[in-house]
Design a protein around this ligand. Sequence first.
Ligand code: NAD
Length: 444
Amino acid sequence: MKICIIGTGYVGLVTGVCFADLGHSVICVDKDTHKIHNLKEGIPPFYEPGLKEIILKNMEAERITFTSNIKQAIEESNIIFIAVDTPALLDGAADISKVMAVADTIAQQKANQLKTQSHFFVVVNKSTVPVGTGELVKEMFFQKGLTDDNFAVLANPEFLREGSAISDSMKPDRIIIGSYSEKAIEMVEALYKPLFRIDLPIIRTNLETAELIKYAANSFLALKITFINEMANICDAIGADVHQIAKGIGSDGRIGRYFLHPGPGYGGACFPKDTRALVKIAEKANCETKIVKACIEANEAQKKVMIHKILNYYQGFIEKKTFAILGLSFKANTDDVRESPAINVINDLLKHNAIVQVFDPVAINNVKKIFGDRIKYKENIFDTLLNADALIILTEWNDFRYIEISKIKELLIAPVIFDARNLYDPKQLKDNGFVYFSIGRDNC
Ligand code: NAD
């Protein structure tokens, strides 16, 4: 079986290299010719631990190729994955125009090919799409004269996390495969089989259920984060410790200890857009989503928590004060800054005419595209701290955990830290003369 993956972003590229690593023959396609040019040289388009190595290994083994020639890739393949982006429209609904454009190209190409060569192919949607999209794709294929004997459409939503994408793909908790075609499900299951020695953690569903599982999973995780953030704000107000709250509730197996770390609000390319899209999916079906709507609203408020602490401390006057920001990506181990809380904090500081100097181990170039010369970009932690009035930590990179406290004190104008990731021990900092604000532990 020859696999083609259309869209070589975080999901498409990682899926492609992991399938290649399992021994399959994979063609990765993208319309971005610059990206493809670099990939042919073994250069990944974004930072992801272990990605470059696995690309090079599989290129060398001739199991993976990269191309912008979508038609040829489709013609040569019988399992075609769609992994293009589905960003939010202005009203919050998911924009599926790129998925539909790719589906249209597949339908046209396969309709032509089938005139001379009979075969069965499957279209697997990995993009996160609203319920009903798989049916729309099927309809498009029928309109091109294709029949159930020629093709099937599957939904196979992706659950990898940026920063641990390779290991998530190689050791998935579960694989969701939604389709009405038994034959197609078996073809796709066969691709995943090398991952597991005994039981395949595969959940077979219909198309609609698979599409909704993805939104349900992301919205539930967003809720968990938002809940602990809300607890953190209560902790700040009453003098409790949010980490002990997290431990206290997370040790209960019904709650679970993951995703109970407080912070500056969730961000990234998935949770914000998928929660908003779920509200729209429900609205379309005349259903209410009171909890998810509240979660979105609470998260927007959470992105303001740090700037409120900063303004409170300086009594509203931060004009011309210099802030050293460590961490720009929406979480550690990625260069992705889409909907990163750091963007909100920087915007708020600039609105108050503060001076902002920033450092991130890998995300600086992406932030330059947003802020240009309105902020200063530094090459390392110490240059960033030098002569700043205060330090603000916005991403939980490991590099930031072990900075010597004495060094921070020496470089800053005043020993003031606003830590949105709770990287340091409040007592230790206070004992060393720091004014230290974190999330959910300020009065401990
Ligand atoms: P991305 O923006 O990183 O990559 C999308 C790629 O598709 C880009 O390289 C773009 O050039 C390419 N593309 C767009 N239209 C194309 C076309 N017509 N032909 C060929 N290539 C085309 O997106 P992503 O983060 O990989 O997300 C892809 C989908 O997976 C989205 O629906 C997203 O919600 C979902 N998802 C993302 C993650 C994540 O962590 N990023 C996790 C799970 C699911």
